[in-house]
Design a protein around this ligand. Structure first.
Ligand code: NAD
Ligand code: UGA
Length: 459
């Protein structure tokens, strides 16, 4: 089937950048991204490109080049489904917050709603592509919904998980390590391969059966997160033994069997997917009665929670066991640099813990603003919205955030933090001036020389 029109349901962190790149590389295809969230669609359509709902280096340029030409954002879901030969489902699949599997299983209600919508409105044959991250065997349920409409329309289901990382989404999409396509229909697989083939070489387009593709996505995230938890576990041991975790990471990473990536000790991994996907994997393993498998992977999340907790515990202990009434400056709120995404960011949990201890927190993040910080904390329901607003605020400049602070906590590895005037910051802080570097971002020697009491993970 020649694809001339693509519809993508879900204009989020995956749908937006992925479809923008597909449109850019396939000028002959019209790409319609649709969403139920009018505000998000309006933001994608905003004239001022700095107001796009997703901040990613390089994304605004692509949107500027393609929007209104072969890339469109709208809420007209039925229309976009009908005109498309290929439909991507790229909606959120968060951890369930209710009922069976609460706190573990993926909530598939949005995916099911999309499938039902497609079944309801489609008038011609469609290729339906799972772009969202889904539990293995989800395609079975989608097939069951789509194949039982009784209207004679043929649907082919493909699994095409996305491996982009936020902050580098555009680069990852332009130069993917691999594109994975799982499916049963050779023709449908070829149609999707052709879309990617516009810019991805054939040897990087991998095809598998549906179930391997679905499970590979969860497995890839589990392996990546497991490396971070492994090095974070070693960081705690380093702090007790005078070994330096950065030196250990370098030493082991030079072993080509281990490799250097994803060995950066940190205050804990965040982001919308690592925890969600591992918990989902744990739930799936449990549902097949595989206790040892489930326990093994669950430990990755347990270690990560421990890492976040011990960062705030260390801070409080070092500040003479109390932060009550003290000003703590938090540099960074996003879960990693070069994104405005804050989902599951370690900063949220560290701040929550410090607020329990009655700290006064000032946050500075170049891409995250006050309302998002408050929303993240309010979502935890630890205290009232008013109490959160009284305990934490976003400063408009980093220097304002750190002025008069007892301690600074570096939560995100934004490059600009390295270039601040650290002497000026020191001069304006309470003494002793403490820095807790959750990202090993700054130079310990330089910070000590200025006079800071500087603590870094795993050193
Ligand atoms: P997101 O929350 O940013 O975007 C999802 C969008 O889907 C939202 O705008 C929401 O309004 C929309 N939506 C939900 N239900 C809908 C419906 N019935 N009809 C129309 N629109 C609907 O989520 P995301 O970060 O883009 O993630 C989407 C999926 O991709 C998830 O399964 C996630 O695990 C996976 N994924 C995410 C990343 C990432 O970096 N964020 C990377 C790889 C895979
Ligand atoms: C991750 C994967 O890298 C992507 O391949 C995947 O597509 C995506 O999840 C997803 O499914 O959502 P992302 O979460 O955007 O991407 O970003 P990562 O670069 O993986 O970082 C995740 C978290 O781990 C961040 O908080 C980061 O700071 C932390 N991290 C990463 C470390 O603490 N140390 C490291 O060495 C690497």
């Amino acid at each position: 089937m020649t694809v001339k029109n693509i519809c993508c349901i879900g204009a989020g962190y995956v749908g937006g950048p992925t479809m923008a790149v597909i449109a850019k590389k396939n000028p002959q295809i019209n790409v319609n991204i649709v969403d139920i969230n009018q505000e998000r669609i309006d933001a994608w359509n905003s004239k001022d490109l700095s107001k796009l709902p997703v901040y990613e280096p390089g994304l605004a340029d692509i949107v500027r080049d393609c929007r209104g030409i072969n890339l469109f954002f709208s809420t007209k879901i039925d229309e976009a489904i009908n005109t498309a030969e290929m439909i991507f489902i790229s909606v959120n699949t968060p951890t369930k917050t209710y009922g069976k599997g609460k706190g573990m299983a993926a909530d598939l209600k949005y995916v099911e709603l999309c499938s039902r919508k497609i079944a309801e409105v489609a008038k011609t044959d469609k290729i339906v592509v799972e772009k969202s991250t889904l539990p293995v065997r989800t395609a079975e349920a989608i097939k069951s919904i789509l194949h039982n409409t009784g209207n004679g329309i043929n649907f082919h289901i493909l699994s095409n998980p996305e491996f982009l990382a936020e902050g580098t989404a555009v680069q990852d999409l332009l130069n993917p390590d691999r594109v994975l396509i799982g499916g049963e229909s050779k023709e449908a697989i070829e149609s999707l391969s052709k879309v990617y083939g516009s810019w991805v070489s054939e040897d990087r387009i991998l095809t598998t059966n549906l179930w391997s593709s679905e499970l590979s996505k969860l497995t890839a995230n589990a392996f990546l997160a497991q490396r971070v938890s492994s090095i974070n576990a070693i960081s705690e041991l380093c702090e007790h033994t005078e070994a330096n975790v950065n030196e250990v990471a370098k030493a082991i990473g030079m072993d080509s069997r281990i490799g250097p990536k994803f060995l950066k000790a940190s205050v804990g991994f965040g982001g919308s997917c690592f925890q969600k996907d591992i918990l989902n994997l744990v739930y799936i393993a449990k549902s097949y009665g595989l206790k040892e498998v489930a326990d093994y992977w669950e430990q990755v999340v347990i270690m990560n929670d421990h890492q976040k907790r011990r960062f705030s515990d260390n801070l409080i202990k070092t500040l003479y066991n109390t932060v009550s009434g003290k000003k703590i400056a938090m540099l960074g709120w996003a879960f990693k640099k070069d994104t405005n995404d804050t989902r599951e960011s370690a900063a949220i949990y560290v701040a929550d813990h410090l607020l329990n201890e009655q700290a006064n927190i000032a946050v500075y993040d170049p891409q995250v603003f006050e309302q998002k910080v408050l929303n993240d904390l309010n979502y935890l329901n630890t205290r009232t919205e008013r109490e959160n607003a009284e305990g934490i605020y976003s400063a408009s400049t980093p220097y304002e955030a750190m002025k008069g602070a007892h301690a600074i906590a570096i939560m995100t590895e934004w490059d600009e933090f390295k270039d601040y005037d650290w002497q000026r910051i020191y001069d304006n802080m309470k003494k002793p001036a403490f820095v807790f570097d959750g990202r090993s971002l700054l130079d310990k020697e330089k910070m000590n020389k200025i006079g800071f009491e500087y603590y870094s993970i795993g050193q």
